[in-house]
Design a binder for this molecule. Sequence first.
Ligand SMILES: CCCCCCCCCCCCCCCCCCCCCCCC(=O)SCCNC(=O)CCNC(=O)[C@H](O)C(C)(C)COP(=O)(O)OP(=O)(O)OC[C@H]1O[C@@H](n2cnc3c(N)ncnc32)[C@H](O)[C@@H]1OP(=O)(O)O
Ligand SMILES: Cc1cc2nc3c(=O)[nH]c(=O)nc-3n(C[C@H](O)[C@H](O)[C@H](O)COP(=O)(O)OP(=O)(O)OC[C@H]3O[C@@H](n4cnc5c(N)ncnc54)[C@H](O)[C@@H]3O)c2cc1C
Length: 664
Amino acid sequence: MEGGVDYLIDERKKAQFDVEAMKVAWAGSRQAFELSDRIAKLVANDPIFEKFSRPMLGRKELFKNSLRKVAHAWKLIIDLRLSEEEAKLLRHYIDEPAYTDLQWEMFIPAIEGQGTEEQKRKWLPLARKMQVIGSYAQTELGHGSNVQGLETTATFDPQTDEFVIHSPTLTSSKWWPGGTAKVSTHAIVYARLILDGQFHGVHGFIVQLRNLENHTPLPGITVGDIGMKFGNGAYNTMDNGVIRFNHVHIPRNQMLMRVSQVTREGKFVQSDVPRQLLYGTMVYVRQKIVADASKALSRAVCIATRYSAVRRQFGSRNGGPEIQVIDYKTQQSRLFPLLASAYAFRFVGEWLKWLYTDVKQRLEANDFSTLPEAHACTAGLKSLTTSATADGIEECRKLCGGHGYLVSSGIPELFATYVPACTFEGDNVVMMLQVARFLVKTVSELGYKQPVGTTAYMRRVTALMQSNCAVRTAEEWLNPGVVVEAFEARSTRMAVACGQRLAKFENPEEGFAELSADLVEASLAHCQVIVVSKFVEKLQQEIPGKGVKRLLEVLFYVYALFLLHKHQGDFLATGYLTPKQASLANDQLRILYSKVRPNAIALVDSFNHTDHLLSSILGRYDGNVYPKLYEAAFNDPFNDSDIADGIHQYVQPMLRQELHSAKL
Ligand SMILES: CCCCCCCCCCCCCCCCCCCCCCCC(=O)SCCNC(=O)CCNC(=O)[C@H](O)C(C)(C)COP(=O)(O)OP(=O)(O)OC[C@H]1O[C@@H](n2cnc3c(N)ncnc32)[C@H](O)[C@@H]1OP(=O)(O)O
Ligand SMILES: Cc1cc2nc3c(=O)[nH]c(=O)nc-3n(C[C@H](O)[C@H](O)[C@H](O)COP(=O)(O)OP(=O)(O)OC[C@H]3O[C@@H](n4cnc5c(N)ncnc54)[C@H](O)[C@@H]3O)c2cc1C
């Protein structure tokens, strides 16, 4: 058997559910499925969007090629009159980080959220037509996580009615802003506002960086690229920049003034809008990142699942075929929880999008009541989903054995592009510590304030602290109420225990720092409650299609019981479960894997990923892996000639024992 074509045809026949209906369930609606399918095909059939050769290109060529793709995409958007939703799908399928990400997902949202009506009227039409290109310059060489610690200054000059933007130290150089090194004409620069020698907090300022005619940096601005990043191709299509400001003057009306204003006289006016709204763009992007995690994880899982069905090792009898590696229980116990996680993250991402839309509408109406919860949810779920996705992609590489390490497997570039999501938009530990602040506050108020939203389960604190799990058989774990209650009890007990230990410290901040590792674990437990509960809520909805709901139920139990198994130390230590019950959950998990097994290929087909998006020989839809790997090896430019450069100069003299006289 040369290729794996026949294996995947057989695999697809085993499916016990309607794959087309599952595609709709994954996409969210029939309309969403059709839209995304149309755009995926548009990209896959356009040679300009080819990306297989990307990891072989040098930086300059890679970058220029990326600029070409963006220009072509923008032309398509205009010619085909694509909506903003369609344009964002186009970006997803082109699958290449570019300056437009910052323009559309940070520059524009920052003006929308923090600008006054007048500022929005001026800047948004220009940005939406790409007549100005903006980036988001917050992080500095010496300061990233601690936004209040930024050093760049914006000093008001009442003489000229301008702000003077300045980088007083080397460490205050802006460092990382995407799109800035070579492309953006403007940036939202976060800086310390100084009025009459007084510091008034960090604010955002729209600063022009480049001349719109000839693209040269404006006087007082030193700008460049920060250098190559992890992996070939990957995030190197993005020009992450360094900027140094030397007393750059900007008009007063270029400070984003929804949250606070500076008058013509240089007076600081604090409105009723909470200062945290300055961080609103980050809340928006964190929510986007959660929605995107399932896309990245599902790609890796699709590759590893298809390849696991093609790959055979051991067990051949009488010259018959060896065993498909997907049939090994160990392979299933590593792969199927990731498959289930992709679905879990998809549904929690959908919910978070809804939550964000709700919060945004409230903020527009000056209702800030749900902001703390939205911040905690976006920060925590960003942390949970990106950490699990980054680890999951690496696990998928290992699940593909040696071939997973080849660039042509598609996994190394996916990993290299994805991992910074654990750091950007808030380091994942720093984000979990934000959840911890929220949890500690919730727990400390339990006696007199009813928790709401995602912490509402803590209203039953007494029951959750005192009652224990009633499961007696593996079968009894197949009950959503039982599973959710176990997660809620473990989370409540961990949060309350942290609260009790914190209360023993005289200085709460000192206590928080001392217990921070435990607080991060309690925060993770709470975020897992959210993911598990949102999966259950999804299952309570009508889900059409033969067998679709049943398979999603199986995936729910795989996701939840796998987490329970992985974190069984917490469940046992908090006393909610007995070792016997934890062991029964694990028995059930093995049974569930055998229910996933016949459906595994159909479940990854339901992601509807094109071969273009996967860009992976191992994950090809037709499973024709070996002939294509062989072909790709000989198509590699390194194999253009049998004698590589340098062989005659450095190897032959060694073979001939003539190194002493060779010119090295
Ligand atoms: C090619 C095709 C072309 C076609 C084009 C067309 C379309 C293109 C479409 C593009 C689509 C692209 C899709 C891509 C997806 C998106 C990718 C975007 C790329 C991202 C790149 C990365 C960018 C960045 O990284 S930007 C920098 C991010 N930086 C951070 O995240 C810094 C993290 N630090 C912080 O947030 C803060 O410093 C913090 C929170 C850690 C501490 O802040 P502070 O010290 O001020 O607060 P505390 O004292 O801890 O808390 C005070 C109080 O405030 C509360 N709080 C904190 N933060 C928030 C918040 N955000 N919201 C609300 N409340 C907040 C906190 O809880 C405290 O509350 P208390 O009640 O007082 O406890
Ligand atoms: C690919 C990429 C693109 C980016 N794009 C942009 C952009 O467009 N615009 C922009 O402004 N920025 C951008 N950034 C910067 C990014 O937002 C920051 O790197 C990120 O916020 C983390 O901050 P840091 O680098 O200062 O990490 P640090 O805070 O220095 O983290 C280092 C370590 O310290 C730990 N740590 C830090 N603080 C605490 C704490 N309080 N308690 C416990 N542990 C702590 C962290 O967990 C981590 O392990 C980008 C970064 C990357 C990698």
